[in-house]
Design a protein around this ligand. Structure first.
Ligand SMILES: Cc1cc2nc3c(=O)[nH]c(=O)nc-3n(C[C@H](O)[C@H](O)[C@H](O)COP(=O)(O)OP(=O)(O)OC[C@H]3O[C@@H](n4cnc5c(N)ncnc54)[C@H](O)[C@@H]3O)c2cc1C
Length: 415
């Protein structure tokens, strides 16, 4: 790992290295690692990745961490290019005019270009008692706390999983397979993304595992207490451990730093992933809102947007106009315990079609995708630029034309 000397220095500031363009990547998740690795193609670029932990979190395996079937972490040395400098810290503020970031440990780091890839986490629960008594699962430390809570609870105690998106479904299945008495409270519908046929097959598998599935009218949680979950039809479900999987939120770093965001707090960018406020700031992954038309928060989008953010930075360094983004979704792959899974295929616009692959083949495909995702990071570290695919999305272009009168917001316009 290359350590750099201080340059643009004020007080505790470290920054510009001699002769190189400094790029800081905030966030060492799927998007950030791919962006950082890809940038090492350039000998004239010095890349610094800032992340709060010294290990990479495989968020797509956090339900496995909770159930004890995987630890969901990977060493950065296995996936990060040797030329990337890893700073284990949290960015507390972006000073865009001053081109520096503030660090929680103190001091600042200067940059020429910045990639904002801070990802997502659990959404703030709005239901009374949920923040106090329910366990979120979207981040490593949350998943670890949930696991400890389960370990401290008798194996026969009822466990309630609230929320039946992919995270809730996977968690319910994994815990039930481990012998827990699980109730899945879906709100209105289980797996809103899924085609009705696939939804029926997922429900069947959950029931086979012993999960009590509650959906339809009256299946919305209105209160969580220490030992129960209340539903809007008045039912009270005893709950020794309550797991909260209702939606993702994003860090408020961009908003706190005075940068334009969408209503959720994702950095608002143009179609080249460039901040609408500042051409030196580029976003990728769950924390990006290109043209205020963000993609589904997913690893699937993050691994495509990370490399494209790096390409945008490289184009800007060269004084060229970056290419517009291109993302394609294949569908949604959900594990239903260790031995069964389902791959719901989708159209290009990320809506489910009637095709799926289930059973053992679905489980194998899911495991392949999880392993392959980490391999992609390692491949890009070993051979920067290997993830070159950029899809053309005619549907998105049409949506943009309809919404923006043909002209998406651009950083150049803002400047
Ligand atoms: C249980 C579970 C299962 C999932 N399964 C799937 C799946 O099967 N398929 C799929 O496509 N998606 C899945 N997802 C969603 C997927 O994990 C996320 O969409 C994906 O991780 C987003 O990648 P990212 O790189 O944008 O951000 P992240 O992976 O969230 O990484 C962001 C990084 O930035 C760091 N960071 C945040 N703030 C700061 C700061 N201020 N300073 C420095 N660093 C910071 C974070 O600590 C983190 O390391 C799942 C999520 C969960 C929780």
């Amino acid at each position: 790992m290359r350590e750099r000397s201080t340059g643009r220095s004020t007080g505790g500031t470290t920054g510009k290295s001699t002769g190189k363009t400094d790029v800081i990547v905030i966030g060492g998740g799927y998007a950030g690692v791919l962006a950082a690795n890809r940038l090492t193609r350039r000998d004239d670029v010095a890349v610094t990745l800032i992340n709060p932990r010294p290990t990479f979190v495989e968020r797509i395996r956090l339900h496995q961490l909770v159930a004890g079937t995987d630890d969901a972490v990977v060493e950065y040395r296995d996936i990060l290019a040797g030329d990337v400098r890893l700073v284990v810290d949290t960015v507390t503020r972006i000073n865009a005019p001053g081109r520096e970031v503030g660090l929680a440990a103190g001091g600042t780091l200067g940059y020429d270009h910045l990639i904002y890839a801070v990802g997502s986490g659990s959404a703030e629960p709005r239901v009374p008692g949920a923040a106090e008594f329910a366990h979120p699962i979207a981040g490593l430390e949350e998943a670890e706390r949930l696991r400890a809570a389960l370990d401290a609870t008798p194996a026969t105690a009822p466990v309630t999983v609230v929320g039946a998106g992919p995270t809730g479904i996977e968690t319910a299945a994994e815990l039930a397979e481990g012998g827990r008495a699980v109730t899945l409270v879906c709100g209105r519908v289980l797996g809103p993304y899924l085609h009705p046929r696939v939804r029926r097959s997922v429900t069947k598998r959950l029931v086979t595992l012993g999960v009590t599935v509650i959906e339809g009218p009256g299946a919305t949680v209105t209160e969580v207490t220490h030992e129960a979950v209340r539903l809007d039809d008045g039912r009270e479900l005893p709950s020794g451990v309550t797991v909260w999987t209702v939606g993702f939120g994003v860090p408020d770093l961009a908003a706190r730093s005075g940068l334009s965001t969408d209503t959720l707090g994702r950095l608002l960018t143009d179609e080249t992933l460039t901040s609408v406020d500042d051409p030196r700031i580029v976003a990728a992954g769950d924390s990006a809102a290109p043209s205020d038309l963000p993609f589904r928060m997913s690893c699937q989008a993050a691994v495509q947007l990370g490399p494209q953010a790096a390409d945008t930075v490289v184009s800007r360094i060269a004084g060229e106009h970056p290419e517009p983004l291109g993302v394609a979704f294949a569908g949604q792959c959900i594990s239903l315990g260790r031995g069964v899974g389902v791959f719901q295929f989708a159209r290009r616009d990320d809506t489910a079609n009637r095709f799926h692959l289930g059973g053992r083949a679905g489980a194998k495909l899911k495991e392949f995708i999880c392993g392959h995702t980490v391999k992609q990071l390692a491949d890009e570290a070993a051979e920067p630029g290997s993830r070159a695919r950029r899809f053309t999305d005619a549907g998105r272009r049409r949506l943009l034309r309809a919404g923006e009168g043909g002209t998406p917001a651009t950083a150049e316009r803002a400047v």
